[in-house]
Design a protein around this ligand. Structure first.
Ligand SMILES: Nc1ncnc2c1ncn2[C@@H]1O[C@H](COP(=O)(O)OP(=O)(O)OP(=O)(O)O)[C@@H](O)[C@H]1O
Ligand SMILES: [Mg+2]
Length: 439
C-alpha cells in the first residue's frame, strides 16, 4: 500500500481527507504547515502527496518541488479554491499530477488518488502498451481490408496502370498514392499532387497543361504545366470528382493520347506520366446523375482501390494510435502512454475524420497528457473538445460554419492553426471559407 501525505491547514478539511483516504485503505500522514510537510518529505518517501496551495509563508508549490525532487515519480495533487493561470502553469511545469478545485467531495479525491496509484504502478512496470514493438512502416494496419490494399499496391505499383482511389476524407488516399509511386519503377521520378478542387476551374487548364507566352494576359513567358512537371513520374489527381464537365473532356483526351497541348500552343507534346486519381465522392453516382463523364470514369477506373473508413477497421485503431504516439513522443520529447481503457475509448469512437482525426488527437494528447498518462477520461474530454459544443436546432452546415468561425476567432485568423484544430487540411478550410463567403 502506498504512503500518502496530506497537507492542509484547515483542520476540518484535513481530518475529512485523512479519514476518507484511510477508509479506502491508504496509510495517511497529515500535517498542517509547509515546515512540517517539508520535514516529513525529507524523512519519508511518499508516492502520493495531496496539498493545499495557499498555506503559510510557503505554498503547495514548494511542497510540489520538494516532493518531486525527493521522488521524481511522486504524484502531487494540488487543491485550491483560488487557481490562477500562473499557479497552474508553474504546477504543470513542476509535474503536478492533478489539480482539484475546492470545494470538493472526498470521493473525488479518492478517484484521483486511485488514478495516481495506477499511474505509479504503470511507471514501475514500464508502461506495457507504449513499450510494445511495432514494425516500422509508413502505412499501418493489419485488418483484412488494409491487407487487401497492400496486395493491390504491390500488384499495381510495378505497372503503369491508372488507379482510382476512393474513400472518405482522412482515410489515407494520398498515402496510398504515394506508396504506389514509391514502389513503382518511376520512384526516382517526381510525384506531383494536384488538388483539382483547390484550383479555380478557369486556371485548371493552364495549371495542368501549361501555357505558352502570350496565351493570356499576364502570360509573359512559357509556363510548364503540372502534367509535364510529372514527366517520368506520377501525377496524383486529387478530388477528381470536383472537376467540371468541360475539363473532364480535356482530361479524357489526355488519358487517351498521353499528349498535352499547352494553352496557346498549336503543337501537342507527348508526356510520360502515370496517373493516380482520388475522390471522396461517389463517382459512380455522379456518373448516374450526369455530373461525371462515364467514359472518363472508365478510363480512371482501371484499378480501383477503396480505402475503408476507420470505423470499419476498428482493429487498426490501436495500432495507428500507438504508431502516432511513438511519432509524437519523439517529435515533442515526451513519454506519453495510453492506458488500456483509453485505447478502448479510441476503438469505440466513430472517427468521422478518419485516420487524420486520430492522428491530430494523438498529437494533442501527447502534448497535453498530465505526466504522460493518457487515460479514458482524458481521451473523452479531448474528443469532446474536438467535436465542439453542438448548437441547438441548427443544420449541420450551420454548425460547421459556426465552429469554423469560433476556431478562427480563437486563432486570431491564423488559418493553418485553425485547420489543424478543426482536423482538416488547410486547402479544405480555404474551400469552406470560400463557400461561406469568408475569404
Ligand atoms: N494506414 C495508415 N497508416 C499510417 N498513417 C496513415 C494511414 N492512413 C492515413 N494515415 C495518415 O493520415 C493522414 C491523412 O491521410 P491522407 O492525407 O492520405 O488522407 P486522404 O484520404 O488523402 O484525406 P483527404 O480526403 O482529406 O484528402 C496522413 O498524415 C497520413 O499519413
Ligand atoms: Mg488527400
Amino acid at each position: 500500500m502506498k504512503k500518502l501525505l496530506v497537507v492542509e491547514d484547515d483542520p476540518s478539511v484535513r481530518t475529512l481527507l485523512a479519514m476518507g483516504l484511510e477508509l479506502e485503505g491508504y496509510q495517511v500522514d497529515s500535517v498542517a504547515t509547509t515546515a512540517e510537510a517539508l520535514e516529513r518529505i525529507e524523512r519519508e518517501r511518499y508516492s502520493i502527496v495531496i496539498s493545499d496551495i495557499y498555506l503559510d509563508e510557503r505554498s503547495g508549490l514548494d511542497i510540489l518541488r520538494a516532493a518531486r525532487q525527493r521522488n521524481p515519480h511522486c504524484a502531487v495533487i494540488l487543491m485550491t479554491g483560488r487557481a490562477t493561470l500562473e499557479t497552474v502553469m508553474e504546477a504543470t511545469e513542476w509535474g503536478a499530477f492533478d489539480y482539484i478545485a475546492k470545494p470538493f467531495d472526498v470521493s473525488q479525491i479518492v478517484q484521483v488518488v486511485r488514478r495516481a496509484e495506477e499511474t505509479l504502478e504503470e511507471l514501475e512496470r514500464g508502461p506495457a502498451v507504449w513499450g510494445q514493438d511495432l514494425p516500422a512502416s509508413e502505412m499501418i494496419g493489419t485488418s483484412p481490408a488494409i491487407v487487401e490494399i497492400y496486395k493491390t499496391i504491390s500488384r499495381v505499383a510495378p505497372t503503369d496502370a491508372t488507379v482510382l482511389i476512393e474513400g472518405e476524407t482522412g482515410t489515407g488516399k494520398e498515402l496510398v498514392a504515394r506508396l504506389i509511386h514509391k514502389h513503382s519503377p518511376r520512384a526516382n521520378g517526381p510525384f506531383v499532387p494536384v488538388d483539382c478542387a483547390a484550383i479555380p476551374a478557369s486556371l485548371l487548364e493552364s495549371e495542368l497543361f501549361g501555357a505558352v507566352k502570350g496565351a493570356y494576359t499576364g502570360a509573359d513567358r512559357d509556363r510548364i504545366g503540372l502534367l509535364e512537371a510529372a514527366h517520368k513520374g506520377t501525377v496524383f489527381l486529387d478530388e477528381i470528382g470536383e472537376v467540371d464537365l468541360g475539363f473532364q473532356l480535356k482530361l479524357l483526351r489526355f488519358l487517351q493520347e498521353r499528349q498535352i497541348r499547352p494553352v496557346g500552343s498549336p503543337r501537342p507534346k507527348p508526356v510520360d506520366v502515370r496517373v493516380v486519381a482520388a475522390t471522396n465522392r461517389d463517382l459512380q453516382r455522379l456518373v448516374e446523375e450526369g455530373k461525371f463523364r462515364e467514359d472518363l470514369w472508365y478510363r480512371l477506373n482501371v484499378v480501383r482501390i477503396r480505402v475503408p473508413p476507420l470505423r470499419e477497421r476498428a482493429g487498426d485503431i490501436r495500432l495507428l494510435a500507438l504508431h502516432f504516439l511513438r511519432l509524437y513522443n519523439e517529435r515533442y520529447g515526451q513519454q506519453a502512454w495510453f492506458t488500456e481503457s483509453a485505447l478502448e475509448v479510441l476503438e469505440r469512437y466513430r472517427w468521422p475524420g478518419n485516420v487524420r482525426q486520430l492522428q491530430h488527437l494523438v498529437e494533442r494528447l501527447t502534448i497535453l497528457a498530465p505526466q504522460g498518462r493518457i487515460d479514458d477520461q482524458v481521451v473523452k474530454e479531448a474528443l469532446q473538445a474536438m467535436e465542439g459544443r453542438q448548437g441547438t436546432g441548427e443544420t449541420l452546415a450551420e454548425a460547421e460554419a459556426e465552429q469554423i468561425r469560433r476556431v478562427l476567432a480563437a486563432t486570431k485568423g491564423n488559418k493553418s492553426q485553425a485547420a489543424r484544430i478543426l482536423g482538416i487540411e488547410r486547402k479544405t478550410l480555404y474551400r469552406k471559407l470560400e463557400r461561406l463567403g469568408l475569404l
